[in-house]
Every structure is written in C-alpha cells, then in structure tokens.
Design a protein around this ligand. Sequence first.
Ligand SMILES: [Cu+2]
Length: 428
Amino acid sequence: MNLRRILAGGLSLTVLTGALFAAAAAPSSGATATPGEGIMCEPGNGNYVMTATTGRMSLPDGNTIFTWGYHTPTHNFQNTAPVLCVTAGSPVRIALTNNLKEDTSLVFPGMHDVKADGVESAPLSDVTGRVTSLAPVAAANGGTVTYTFTPDKPGTYIYESGTDVNKQVEMGLYGAIIVYPAGNRYQAYDDPRTAFEPTREYLHMLSEVDPDIHALIEQGKPVDWSKYSAKYFLLNGRSAPDTLSPNDAAWLPNQPYGSMTRVRPQDPNGGDTAPALMRYINVMSEDAAFHPHGNTERVIGEDGSPLDKVGSGDKSYGSFLVDIGPNRSVDALFEWFDVEKYDPVSNPIPVPLSPFQDLIVKGTWYAMSPYLGQQGSLPAGVSQFNQCGEYYHMAHNHNLSKATNYGATFGGQMTLIRIDPLNGCPAQ
Ligand SMILES: [Cu+2]
C-alpha cells in the first residue's frame, strides 16, 4: 500500500484512513480479536510476576529493534510492560526477576510506602555517596526483588525502571498502572461524574525509540547520549499503522497492545450517553500534544488527581489538544456529540444516503452524512471495509515529526477513532 501516492493524489482523509486500516487489518493469521476492544489488563488481580529480559520489537517498515521488556506467566516477552489494573485500597505485589546482564529495579511514582522485600524502597548509593539506583534492585543474571504497596488514589500512573533510568526506560522498561476506585470499576475517580462506558476505556502510552542506541547496547558498545535522536514513536509499544491492529495480534507477538479507540455517538433521544475514557501517559522527555480529530475530549484529571474535586467546582476542560507533560498522565472523557442538533423535522436521523454518483466521487467511506447507522448499496466492483455504518477519524501526536516511521510520514504516534452507529455494531 503506497500511502505517499495516495497522499500525492489528493484523495480525502477518509480514504487515507481507510487505507491505513486496510494495511493494519491485512494479515490473516489466527487472531480473532476486534480492533478497538480497549485496555488489556495483565491477569493477576494485584499479584504479578515479571521477568526482565531482552527481545525484539517490529516496526511497520519492516525494521526490527533489540529491546528490553518483561515476560510474565501469560506472555513470552512484551513491550511495553504489562498493564497493571488494580484497586485503590487493595495491596499490590510485584515479584521481579532479572534475566538482564545488569541490575534493574522498579519505581512507582505516585504510590506511597512502597516496600522492596518488606523494607522501605529507597535509593541506593555507592561508597562515595553517588546514587546507583532509585530503588532496591533485582541483581543481574537471575536476581529477584518483590515490591509491595497499596495505591490510595484512583488514576493513571506509570511504573518504570529506577536503575540507569535513561538507558533502561529507552530500552523498554516502563508500563502503566491503572488504579480504579474501590467499588466503582467504571469510574475514573470517586466522583460519579467521571463514569465511563464499561467497554470504552483506552490507554495511549507515548514513547519513542532511537534504533542506533538500541543497536549500540545490543553490541555492548558505549553510548553517546548527546547524539540521541529518536526515529520511531510508539503508542502502547507500536507505531502506526500497527496501532490499529487488535490487542494480542498474532503478527505482533511482542507488542500486545493496540490503540484504536471506539466511541458511540450521543443518543439524540436521550438514551445512555456514557462517554469513553481515554488514559494518556507520556514516557518521552518532552511534551506531547495529542490531537483527536472531529471532537474534543474533556480532561478530568492529571497524575491521579481529579481536576474537579467534589464541592470545589468543575475544573475539567474540553480540548482538541490533550497536553501531556513528560512522565505525566492525563485522563479525559470522550463523548461523541452532534453539534448540529437532532430535530425530527429539520434535521432527521439518519439522513438518507448520498446519491449514487456522489458515492463514486467521494469514495466508499463517507456518505456525506454527519450521522451514523445506515449503509447502502455501492457501485459494482467497489469494495469497502466498513462493517456496519461506522466511520473513522484520525488521532495523533500534533508534533507531526512524531507521526512518522524513520522519517516516513503517516506512522508513529497515530491511530484512529472509530465511531460506531448508535445501535452498536452487530456484524463483528
Ligand atoms: Cu490531525
């Protein structure tokens, strides 16, 4: 699929996104999961076993890169690290074994009273007083350490290596911790106004990779960090169009997490309108401005702190650009609404499909209707990927240099938003 040629031809964005989706969906191996199915939590219910080890990630341009990551009882090797879904007030235990050739550790920013093998997790230093690790380590070549803590505040958090941080995080030792309110699995925070639709919860973890540095580390050569220059930009450990493939796609065995998001439009008749929940984490060293096309998202919390403390007034805000600082997290509610306002006479829903000729001119992805839920016949010989009347918008890092794969545009930190018909999508 030559995306550049499609761009040069000046075809519509909807055609382009269709091409991206087709490219991502093309492999026909055994996975049956559906793109956009949401966050894939690591099994364990607060009790996790992880082994730091080496492996490879694959990129959409055919490159493969030596990385570090973890294997778990349920997964051979993965990048990014397992998504840990836990509950406020319930203890968490992470047993870390180290199969790397150097010490490693984990830190849990935002968590309090973290213990390592039962004692307070505190930085280590050498005889000169220089800090050698931000947390007690699992020693190289088989060492173990067990971290325990009890999260007290719901929200979205990062966990990552606390040893030789610059190098080990670049190599892939980072992941997400999601803390749910006790008793409210489908709220972002304790405030019931942060409720979200149970099947519409998503994680966008932004990170980047300099393949030259990974190659030097694989070869055991010294690294000059002043020459750092990332070439690949990842969403949940994949770059576009791999971001659109389902969780646990068989053709991406070491990168299990997809990042296509699915939303439902607001019901004009006043039915269930629970929004989707978007959880963002930025693992990069510079700001990220993530841009969902077509509708705003409502930022409701940062770093595990709700912007609307009950009783203090609503500090949440809607934005076309979700700004996530380095090593920070943002939670946002995403509701797809109809700005033109449904009216049964002047603005009926659904509107009729476009005339047949316009379908030919506009392509098969856009029916010239802002509404959803209706499909019609297409010209003979025209194929389409549309399942049930849904449509798609882009979502990407607004720093377009990070929406690339080794300089080739339309890759990197980019995914699609899929807007399903009001009545759902039965044809899966
Ligand atoms: Cu854009």
